[in-house]
Write a protein that binds this ligand. Structure first.
Ligand SMILES: Nc1ncnc2c1ncn2[C@@H]1O[C@H](COP(=O)(O)OP(=O)(O)OP(=O)(O)O)[C@@H](O)[C@H]1O
Length: 335
């Protein structure tokens, strides 16, 4: 079921178009990641989708209702937004801040019912923030505060959860944890989730769908794997001098290596040896005269003539390959 839909949406500032026209949609249960370079227009699009700014043209519908005309309280019961901006009310404790998510549901007295408290508790648990309930928000780390903000958003019981660079200040384990949480919220709880991020590799791994803004401010939509195979990902990053490695699903600075080497062996040692070779400026070529054998004995480099040198670690191998004298010696091995 479609939660968010746009028709002919043009997003921009002061009547000047930046992106669009866009026909986008997010059904319930889908986790979408919005990617694009600095200044591509991610925040502009997110703010427009969430009715925080007016569209230059077109419409945004939330549950089939035009979002820009929706009364704020009703919108807040369906849409929760997590921004990177610092929160006010830092004298609050975690529980109090999370419970603000219930405000759109409270009557004139503004009292939380036992049911509201249960929902706040559940939201804190889902966001992995129960242990932060009694902590002062002012004394929380960025990552801890982010968890409370996600708990507050969940306490709103939204159908659509939108996060603008919500993982930006988190360390890697917490970024991975947040991505997993967002995926679970979509797949297990049926939320439609939209996250803008610069984290390409995590987005590739976790998103059901990518919205990718390229250098010409065109928006490409598709499953991460389809955008990779179609070359859209590669083309989008080429302008920044980056190469998208299709085999390994990651970005690389500059072109692939120039010296050819044949890699023998299997398992973990060989796959990590492949990475190390790339770092040392080598490309794998099954017909190359130079060979690296990765096995339990170590990493053995040999020219066609048979003279071989064994290195105990990949660090030692890369160092040798990078040293001009030994690289030249390998190259001189008789063919
Ligand atoms: N209030 C504003 N008025 C006019 N132009 C703006 C305004 N806010 C942003 N812009 C411009 O719109 C463009 C897109 O900005 P936006 O913040 O949407 O990009 P972004 O993709 O979120 O970037 P970043 O990754 O750096 O956060 C930029 O050129 C920016 O200067």
């Amino acid at each position: 079921m479609t939660v968010l839909a746009t028709t002919g949406l043009v997003a921009g500032h002061g009547g000047r178009p930046l992106l669009g026209p866009l026909d986008l949609s997010i059904p319930s249960g889908r986790f979408v990641c919005l990617l694009g370079a600095n200044g591509a227009g991610k925040s502009t699009l997110i703010r427009t989708l969430c009715a925080m700014q007016a569209p230059v043209a077109g419409q945004v519908h939330l549950d089939s209702e035009p979002i820009h005309a929706m009364p704020a309280a009703r919108r807040a019961r369906r849409l929760a937004v997590v921004l990177t901006e610092r929160v006010d009310g830092t004298l609050m404790r975690g529980y109090e801040l999370a419970s603000m998510g219930r405000y759109p549901y409270l009557g004139w007295a503004g009292r939380l019912s036992p049911e509201d408290h249960r929902i706040v508790h559940e939201a804190l648990a889902s966001a992995g923030a129960l242990s932060l309930a009694e902590r002062l928000v002012a004394e929380m780390s960025d990552g801890e505060r982010q968890k409370i903000m996600i708990a507050r958003a969940l306490a709103q019981q939204p159908r659509l959860l939108v996060l603008d660079e919500a993982t930006a200040f988190l360390d890697l384990p917490r970024r991975v944890g947040t991505m997993q949480l967002l995926l679970d919220l979509a797949h297990r709880h049926g939320l439609a989730v939209l996250l803008s991020t610069h984290d390409l590799e995590l987005a590739l791994r976790y998103a059901d769908e990518l919205w990718l803004i390229d250098g010409q401010r065109r928006l490409h939509v598709g499953a991460p794997e389809d955008l990779a195979i179609d070359g859209v990902l590669g083309a989008s990053f080429a302008a920044d001098g980056l190469t998208f490695d299709l085999e390994r699903a990651e970005l690389r600075v500059g072109p692939a290596g120039t010296r050819a080497i044949r890699l023998e062996g299997g398992g973990l040692r060989a796959s990590w040896a492949a990475r190390a070779l790339e770092r040392a400026g080598y490309v794998r070529d099954p017909d190359a005269a130079l060979t690296l054998r990765a096995d339990a004995a170590g990493y053995t480099v040999a020219g066609e003539g048979g003279a071989a040198t064994c290195y105990p670690t990949l660090g030692a191998l890369v160092e040798a390959l990078r040293t001009p004298s030994s690289a030249a010696a390998f190259a001189r091995e008789p063919r």
